[in-house]
Design a protein around this ligand. Sequence first.
Ligand code: AHG
Ligand code: MN
Ligand code: MN
Length: 336
Amino acid sequence: MSRTKKLMTLERFIHEQEHLHPSATGEFSELLHDLSVAAKLVWREVSKAGLVNILGSTGRINASGDTVKKLDEFADETIYRAMDFSGHLCVMASEENEDILQIPEEYKSGGYVLLYDPLDGSSNIDANITIGSIFSIYKRVSPGGKGKLEDCLQQGLKQVAAGYIIYGSSTVFVYSTGRGVHGFTLDPSVGEFVLSNEKIVIPQKGKIYSMNEGNYRNWDEGLQKYIQHITEDDKPTGRPYSLRYIGTMVGDAHRTLMYGGIFAYPGDKKNPDGKLRLCYECNPMAYIIEQAGGRAIDGKKRILEVQPTALHQHTPVFLGSVEDVNLCEEFLQGKR
Ligand code: AHG
Ligand code: MN
Ligand code: MN
């Protein structure tokens, strides 16, 4: 009988990974498990959003000036409530809340910090286009008691885990704890995330670039020259690059991870720091891309080395295959 692929659930995988860390207490595994439960709760609403009155806007504006959609708010509260009583977190922070989110008094405070973008790609919800959730986990740095802002403003290279859930044609939980990147596809019939992509490695070079060219005229000249270069017709290497852009960072970054190429949300004359947030979008995505063998820069330095100074600060981001990010960086720095 041919050996079928091992049926490894996310829960089993997390525990197997735990045994690789002799000093592991199991706290981290429980934290990741709780996160996977939150992901299923969000998926349940996302997958039937069109059937219940959960589409559309709340009329609220968040810290980044974005209109908050009902599903944003639902996902935000769902993740917070699924995580606040776990006893593993000392503080949380989310795109949808201006300030850090304390753990309720009645629950134990723990040694970890969770930052998250509860629903990424909100503008795509009403058109049924791929959306996602993004998370980033750190060990606390403050001495004890209630978590503090300093716990949330750590460099991305200090992350102990990061990942995302992509609600697309299938729902996939992608994460890394520093030992490679792994993907688990939700099997709705049993309600389990099942290992579907063990040790994802990003191609060294791709043929896709992904950025909102609607902003082209406001980009700096180096980036404009890069786009002209990779889309020139008479390229000895055959067809020039193709443009693919979903407008959901999770979707564009996941396709870049799987197929290679480059995703970017550059700064421009109007918004020098771009649109994406460092703490709960760019740092977790940069961690995943680097763990898969790719690169993630802000145009000058490694995203993971940027020292955050504010929870919702923006950063330009260029991430993807090493050769593609390297070439783009040469143009950005005027070397080509
Ligand atoms: P969010 O829905 O969490 O605010 O994120 C939206 C972001 C990101 O997902 C995507 O890459 C970017 O907005 C697209 O922005 P443009 O529509 O300006 O291209
Ligand atoms: Mn987002
Ligand atoms: Mn969001």
